[in-house]
Ligand binder design. Structure first.
Ligand code: GRF
Length: 247
């Protein structure tokens, strides 16, 4: 009896945090390795969110298979059969149905219309495989290599009306080596992407990002693991943005 009262009390304490989980949509066109990294991060409880929808414009994208494996709803947009206005309307309808609070572009190769961006202003993130504003566009890794830079990297930014242009959330450097191949550099960039994107998304869903013009202010993260390391008796669970991983 006592035990069940205690469990009910604990469930009542934890439940509101879970019910506040934000619904996320991820847009992909290709492999979907970033999609997978985000799914894994949510599954591990690192991000207090629910991946409710995957939007894809390419019927051959491996990302679709990943969504199927993860039992995540996917929407394959008919970009050939419909006008941009029509297919974006269809996407917007689905985003509304799923009550999406954040859109993450992860290798989505289509430019969103100004109306779309306007509707989701400061609620769309993108990941780019270079240190913006250098090497915008779809060939960023090759362009950086051909230019001969010694350092490239990864940028997560909000999406505005222009390509790879919105306010920057996080960036991380990646060294470029002499004799680097595009494949080798891309592999190291992807590794960083798979850590940086979940971090940026966590900051967003925890309400820690404030956009002021071109600048994104980041509220400091409260990390009880660092501050109270060594307290016994807790297992890992997410609690509205904080990670309790104390052993
Ligand atoms: C990533 O390099 C990302 O930066 C860029 O497109 C690529 C997508 O890769 N926008 P994946 O489909 O997530 O593997």
């Amino acid at each position: 009896m006592k035990k069940s009262i205690v469990s009910t009390f604990i469930i009542m304490l934890i439940l509101p945090f879970y019910s506040l989980a934000m619904n996320i949509a991820i847009f992909c066109s290709g492999n979907g390795s970033n999609f997978q990294a985000l799914v894994n991060s949510v599954k591990k409880g690192e991000i207090n969110a629910h991946i409710a929808l995957m939007v894809c414009d390419n019927p051959d994208a491996y990302a679709l298979k990943r969504a199927e494996n993860e039992e995540i709803k996917s929407l394959l947009v008919q970009t050939k059969a419909k006008s941009k206005d029509e297919y974006e309307e269809e996407i917007i309808k689905n985003l509304g149905q799923e009550k999406i609070g954040l859109i993450c572009l992860a290798g989505y190769m289509r430019l969103l219309s100004p109306q779309f961006v306007q509707k989701y202003r400061n609620k769309i993130l993108n990941i780019h495989p270079a240190l913006l504003p250098a090497f915008k566009g779809r060939y960023a890794i090759k362009d950086a290599l051909d230019y001969g830079v010694k350092v490239s990297g990864v940028t997560v930014h909000f999406v505005d009306e222009k390509i790879d242009n919105g306010p920057i959330v996080l960036q991380e450097e990646v060294q470029v080596y002499d004799n680097d191949s595009e494949e080798a550099l891309a592999a190291r960039i992807h590794q960083i992407e798979h850590q940086l994107y979940p971090r940026a998304i966590k900051l967003f869903v925890d309400g820690k990002l404030k956009v002021e013009g071109r600048k994104v202010k980041i509220e400091p993260e409260f990390n009880p693991v660092q501050q109270f390391n060594g307290i016994a008796g807790y297992s890992s669970f997410p609690c509205k943005g904080y990670f309790f991983s104390v052993s």
